[in-house]
Structures are given as structure tokens and as C-alpha cells.
Ligand binder design. Sequence first.
Ligand SMILES: NC(=O)c1ccc[n+]([C@@H]2O[C@H](COP(=O)([O-])OP(=O)(O)OC[C@H]3O[C@@H](n4cnc5c(N)ncnc54)[C@H](O)[C@@H]3O)[C@@H](O)[C@H]2O)c1
Length: 354
Amino acid sequence: MLELTGADVTGLLGKVDLVDVVREVFLAHANDRTVLPEESCLRWTNDQGESCRSLNMPGLVEIDGRRTAGTKIINASLGNPDRGLPRAGGIVLLFDVTTARLVCSMDAAHISAGRTAAVSVLAAELLWARPARSIGVVGAGALAEAHLDLALRRWPSVREVRLHDQVSERAVRLAERLGDTYRTVAFDVASSAERAVRDTELIIPVTTTTTGYIPADWIAPGTVTVNVSLDDLLPDAFSGADKVIVDDWSLVAADTTRLLGRMHRSGDVLPPPRHRTPADAGRPAPAVEVAAELCDLISGAATGRRSADERIVVNPFGMSLHDVAVAGKLYHDHLGGQDQPGRQDHLEPHDQGH
Ligand SMILES: NC(=O)c1ccc[n+]([C@@H]2O[C@H](COP(=O)([O-])OP(=O)(O)OC[C@H]3O[C@@H](n4cnc5c(N)ncnc54)[C@H](O)[C@@H]3O)[C@@H](O)[C@H]2O)c1
């Protein structure tokens, strides 16, 4: 089995347009050319009282007649940054689609951060009223850096980035690093989350909080909020949004820990139209109506923004398909991995698509 370190992966990722890859994945998902099982999550508390978890996220995606199957295993301990370690790390494993044998293992950190940033950037481009001039980011870790680096490379429109971290040196260090590269952008280290996000056109929380703190009234009309870390918004930020978009409804609905999944379990969320049941039609309108999945916007099955004033919240739960597709792209296109011809009838009918 081929094994790639983090340095190997970082070198190869520079050759790939991640936004293009995640767009292709969403199109494949819209066309039922994916298998996306629920992820499994093992959680524990270590002997220091810190939260630890291991996620196993398998998936199969067929793009341009080529199927890629694999899984991402990504582990995290909240205490790692204080030990001088990255909070999260893991591997993406690729499987041979004929024999099911493992063919490649890649360090997951940069693939995971890169594909998450690419989904957020794609979502913003699909949903903003105009190219963003200001971005407010809460949390200044690996995901903040991946998001800002990708966004600032793609969007010359950005003039201002506001950054807040509960450990302010982290925000200062990230602002300095990015400021050296993106000299036309003003980086402001904000003293509070509210100062970072209020009146910015694009809001990206990338913290590790499990306690919401962003209320609806911090979010200006016209803003796109990409809720990457999933628990930063307060319920009224969802119910006060003009539109809520998810990446994959089945993942959100199966989840018992994050806010939108919990609100769904309490009966406060109406699924996107494609996932509604006859029982949904009969019940009183809940607080949050999910308008669409991202794949519907990309396939043209749903409309995104309808007016410049809409406040739009995107809840990207995180799909293994993106990790597997990015790893597959590196393996097949840049490492000489073997292609297998794709055939729709190889997908198990009960597992297809959503
Ligand atoms: N939705 C997805 O697809 C997806 C994918 C990958 C990671 N994530 C999530 O993104 C988040 C960030 O990941 P990371 O690797 O950058 O983590 P990280 O540990 O590198 O950085 C998180 C930063 O947030 C700061 N922080 C934590 N709570 C805060 C708060 N309440 N206010 C202000 N700052 C706070 C920390 O000090 C830290 O600097 C994690 O929650 C992770 O689970 C989501």
C-alpha cells in the first residue's frame, strides 16, 4: 500500500483545484452517483478531562466514469494544541474498487481542511449577493487558515478580514502570517466574536465550541454565514435566516450532537423539499425550513439567493465524499493509480445517493 505523509500531500494538493473537485462531487451526489453511509463517531474523555473523538467517514463517488472508494478516519483531542500538537489528525484510505483492498493511505489533515474550505468557498460563491469585501472569522486554527488562504487567493474583492480567537495570540499570529501574503487586505484582530462578525458580508465560525454564541441580530441583511464548526450559532440565527442550506440532509438528520440535528429531533426543522415525507406536509410550520442541499443549487434543481437582503445560513456537516474524491484525484491523476471503469449498476440500490 502506498503511504503519503502530510508533506507529500501538501505538495500534491497545490496541483489540484479543490473547488472544482468538490463541485464535481456535489454534481455526482445530485445524480445519485455516490454512496454516502452515516459516519460513525467514537467519543471519550481522556485522563486529563479533555474531550477526544474518532470519526470514521466512508464514501464512494463516481466522477467522469471513474469510481473512487475510501474512508477518512480523523481523530481529535481538545488538549492537543496545549501539547504543541494539531488538535485533529488522521488518514484517508483509498480502496481498490474491484478487489476492495486498501491501495493508499494519505495523511488527512490538509485534505480535510482543504476540502472543507473549498465547500465553504463554493457555497459563498453560489449564495452571496456580490463578491465579498469583508469576512468575519471566529477561531484562528487550521481551518481558519485553510479558509482564508483559499478565499483570499480566489477573491480579489476582499478588503477586510476580521479575526477573533479566544486565545488572542492565535488570531494575531494568523493575521500576521496572512498579512505577509495578502498585502491589499486589512486584517483586524477583533477583541470579541461580535466585533469579528457584525456587519461583515461573509461569516465563518471555525472554533471548537459546543456552546452557541452568535445570535440572529449580529448577522446583517445580505450576509452568508457558513457554519463550519456547527455549534456556534444560536437557534434564532437559524430561525431568523431567510434561507438555510445544508450539504447533505441525511447526515444532519442522523446527527444527535450538533445544533441543527438537535433542532430537527425536537421537531423544529423541516427537511429540504426532496426529503420531506407526507407527515411533514401535515404539521405546523417549524422554526427552520431547510431550503435545499448544496448539490441542488449546483445541479440547478433549487434556486439560491432571491434578493440582495436575504440572510443565508449554510450548515456544512462535512461529507466523506469530498475527502475521498480529493485523495482519489491525487492518487489517480498525480501518483499513477489505476483507473477502474465506473458503472452505475455497481452501486447498491438501497445505498445510492442521499
Ligand atoms: N463542517 C466540516 O466539514 C468541518 C470539517 C473539518 C473541521 N470542522 C470543524 O472546524 C472547527 C475548527 O477546526 P480546526 O482544525 O481549525 O481547530 P483548531 O483547534 O486548529 O482551531 C480552533 C480555534 O478556535 C478557537 N476557539 C475555540 N472556541 C472558541 C470560541 N468560543 N471563541 C473563539 N475562539 C474559539 C481555539 O482557541 C482555536 O484557536 C472544529 O470544530 C472542527 O470540528 C468542520
